[in-house]
Write a protein of this length. Structure first.
Lengths: 56, 733
């Protein structure tokens, strides 16, 4: 009975909204990544190693 | 040619040293309690006295390992790496020390209150409301210190590790506050504001994301900083780290309902949890690959370097756990694995392998740097690694075997169509050898942790006496804009153009506030989509008219059930499977939980489900069973609770408890609240008289056992009442 009640409550839309929201967000992140140049990525990746260079 | 002016920064290493010491200390304590629990599961005589039973120690173990051991490791990592990644000292020393001592005080208060039975019973959120408030305050202190440091940074761009820290700080705050919403019924007693299936959804939204945002994201931040340092290689793919971060943050928050498959939770919610759990596979493995590939060209170092050994095996366990987790979230797999020791194996491969090894890898890397000396014994560090690895493997292999054995035995039918193992204890007996293997594995891991502790103490002892903070020269920040309003739109556009030249995501990283807001938005979407519909349909949860509130005595009995931690071993949620209905009775309905503050569905069946226990046995059976479970069920592994027969039942706050329940919407009348103590006494006398009539001991009317018996005899009986139209609601889902 509970299943029937939930199925008629129109709640599937919430799940669909969630999936669409994820796809949009994921697409935006991938677009960001594809627009990065190799140098930008390389510079960022080296940030943790930089503090060794400046330590006295 | 331009010259960059340099500035001197002194990093606060003292706070990091203290967090490292606290990590090791609480690691020893938490894992020692784990070994004791493993022993109690194999040999019930190891349950000693009233305060050291399995039910009371289990939350102590989980809290000690998660919040004390892993928590202090996280803070050590954050305080060490944040200062260096942002090239600035922590914003305020007093806030750092308030954070440190506040967190240790919370841990100590947990270590005192949990064995005393002061618990809310919600997994990984057991601590009572005053401690919950303290956690929120200390977390805010941490957050203020962290974001203030972010504000005064000298490095413009925020490295990936910091993103994970930001996600941890904001999400843990949200999870903790929402899940801890409770109404006090005394200084150390409270009731969750949510009930039944709503409480279950909120709890597992919290519970799963405690794993995600306390045991995963901060450790990934830790990995992204310390692994490149240890390997002396930049992270394999910065681009992959961006995808890893955003996908993980967005997806993880949805996955909680996979803990509630086939329960009285809407199917759409559990399906949503399952789908997003399976999708989590990809970012998780992306992170694992990013970690392992960071070692490109440095694999030869593994031969001698204990730090890299810990990291590599830790990341491998991360990959295993994040493969297994989505697999277990698939409904057909979950039908077998849920409530069994398979879950225990999964949890410990993550906790011991991922969290434990990553934490110790970090500690072994930090020791020489923080105490400015060589590590005392590299051989002992390598021994720690090997003995720990063998310990984990023994532990998880034993628990996988036990879990699959349990699951298959519970659902087995013979050729006549009846349960092959109708007596639950038959399945328990089969597991005892595997429980002993777990004791062995746990002991080995614990010995490894002890070796780590000895190595740390000896390293500290041979360090130079006075330890100065690390002082470095860093470039002065030339990127901080002047704080002034642009006189015209052209200036504004020019500055925006200059800012975007280094890439849009890096621009985003330069705006921590915007970054944080987007992170909050990411986690909020999943939370809102899952939780809001559930709360909106609250009025539509099918009420069963025969389901009525507990009597005053039953409510007291329920609180004793919570106090003793019975929920750690007994579920109260019968799934709609043939074998479960055959074994326990009618499957559980959402409407049965409308007055359950908090819900007590449980997540593990070391003992049988109790949802339909009421009236199955006479009162005397329960009295004997609680006094000594072996007297009624000889092979039982359950602890004995003789103190329930000697402790005086305290009804001094019963009226307050009913009053608080009424505030939460439980329909108690004014008369019922005012007469709570008297009616409880009357029911206690009736039960005590029946126990005597059944040949039991006299004088139990004012003892705790009568309240517990009253509660147990009530379980699952409401839907059996024919009056009140209940039968109409039993037609199945």
């Amino acid at each position: 009975m509970f299943r029937e009640l939930m199925q008629t409550a129109g709640l599937q839309m919430w799940a669909e909204i969630g999936l669409v929201a994820f796809c949009v967000a994921f697409g935006a992140v991938v677009a960001y990544v594809l627009h990065m140049t190799p140098k930008e990525a390389s510079d960022a990746a080296r940030i943790p190693l930089e503090d060794e260079e400046v330590t006295r | 040619m331009t010259t960059t002016s340099m500035q001197t920064v002194r990093y606060d290493d003292r706070i990091v040293r203290w967090f490292v010491c606290a990590t090791v200390l609480w690691g020893i304590v938490g894992m020692l309690v784990g070994v004791i629990l493993a022993l109690q599961m194999a040999w019930p005589a190891a349950n000693i006295g009233e305060y050291l039973t399995f039910g009371r120690l289990r939350p102590l173990h989980t809290n000690a390992v998660i919040f004390a051991f892993a928590g202090n490791a996280i803070f050590a990592a954050v305080y060490y790496s944040t200062q260096r990644l942002l090239k600035t000292r922590m914003a305020h020393g007093a806030l750092s020390w308030t954070h440190f001592w506040g967190w240790q005080a919370i841990i100590v208060s947990a270590a005192i209150t949990l064995p005393l039975g002061l618990t809310q019973s919600k997994e990984y959120a057991e601590l009572e409301w005053p401690i919950d408030i303290a956690i929120a305050v200390v977390w805010v202190v941490f957050a203020v210190n962290f974001f203030w440091t972010l504000k005064k940074r000298r490095e413009k761009h925020i490295y990936v590790a910091i993103w994970f820290y930001i996600a941890t700080i904001v999400t843990v705050a949200i999870l903790h506050i929402v899940n801890s919403l409770a109404i006090p019924a005394g200084l150390f007693k409270s009731y969750s504001v949510f009930a039944g299936s709503h409480d279950a959804l909120i709890q597992w939204w919290y519970g799963h994301n405690a794993v995600a945002f306390f045991l995963t994201t901060p450790f990934l931040g830790l990995m992204y900083y310390f692994l490149p340092k240890a390997a002396n290689r930049p992270v394999f793919s910065y681009k992959l780290s961006i995808v890893h971060f955003w996908s993980l943050v967005f997806l993880y928050i949805w996955a909680g309902p996979h803990h509630l498959h086939y329960t009285a939770l809407p199917e759409w919610a559990t399906t949503l949890g399952m789908v997003f759990s399976v999708m989590l596979w990809m970012p998780s493995w992306g992170g694992m690959i990013n970690g392992l590939f960071t070692l490109r060209g440095a694999w030869h170092k593994l031969r001698d370097d204990a730090v890299l050994k810990f990291f590599v095996v830790g990341i491998t366990f991360y990959g295993m756990s994040t493969f297994e987790g989505p697999m277990m979230s698939i409904k057909s797999v979950n039908a077998l694995s849920h409530y069994t020791d398979w879950t225990i194996a999964h949890v410990h491969s993550g906790a011991l392998g991922w969290n434990g090894f990553i934490a110790f890898g970090m500690i072994y890397w930090l020791l020489p740097k923080l105490w400015k000396t060589e590590i005392w014994s590299k051989g002992m560090a390598n021994l720690h690694f090997w003995i720990g690895t063998i310990g984990i493997l023994l532990y998880i292999v034993a628990m996988y075997s036990a879990g699959v054995t349990q699951g298959l035995m519970w659902r087995a039918f013979d050729e006549t169509g009846r349960l092959a193992y109708p007596d639950f204890v038959e399945t328990v007996v089969q597991l005892v050898p595997m429980y002993w293997v777990r004791v062995l594995g746990g002991c080995l891991y614990f010995i490894g942790v002890l070796l780590g502790g000895v190595n740390m103490v000896m390293t500290v002892l041979k360090s130079p006496g006075r330890l100065e903070d690390t002082e470095v020269q860093v470039p002065a920040p030339d990127w901080k804009p002047d704080v002034r309003i642009s006189s015209n739109i052209d200036d504004t556009l020019n500055s925006l153009e200059a800012a975007t030249k280094s890439g849009r995501h890096r621009l985003l990283e330069g705006w921590p506030l915007v970054f944080t807001v987007l992170t909050v938005a990411g986690i909020s979407i999943g939370s809102v989509v899952e939780i809001v519909p559930m709360l909106l349909v609250r009025s539509n949860v099918p009420t069963i008219r025969s389901v009525t509130p507990y009597t005053a005595l039953e409510l007291e009995g329920r609180d004793l059930y919570i106090r003793e931690g019975c929920v750690g071993c007994h579920s109260q949620m019968i799934r709609p499977f043939r074998d479960e209905i055959e074994r326990y009775g009618e499957y559980s309905k959402p409407g049965e939980g409308v007055y359950e503050h908090p819900f007590l569905w449980g997540s593990k069946r070391t003992g049988p489900d109790l949802a339909r226990l009421g009236t199955k046995y006479p009162h005397l059976w329960h009295v004997r069973h609680m006094e000594d479970p072996r007297s009624t069920t000889p092979p039982s592994l359950m602890p004995a609770y003789p103190h329930l027969l000697s402790n005086t039942l305290d009804l001094g706050s019963t009226q307050t408890k009913l009053d608080r329940m009424a505030m939460l919407g439980v329909p108690y009348s004014i008369e019922e609240i005012n007469d709570a103590e008297a009616t409880a006494r009357a029911q206690a006398n009736e039960i005590a008289d029946e126990v005597v009539a059944q040949g039991g001991p006299d004088g139990l009317a004012d003892k705790e056992i009568v309240a517990l018996v009253a509660y147990l005899q009530r379980l699952g009986t409401d839907i059996k009442k024919r009056e009140g139209g209940a039968s109409a609601d039993l037609g199945g889902q």
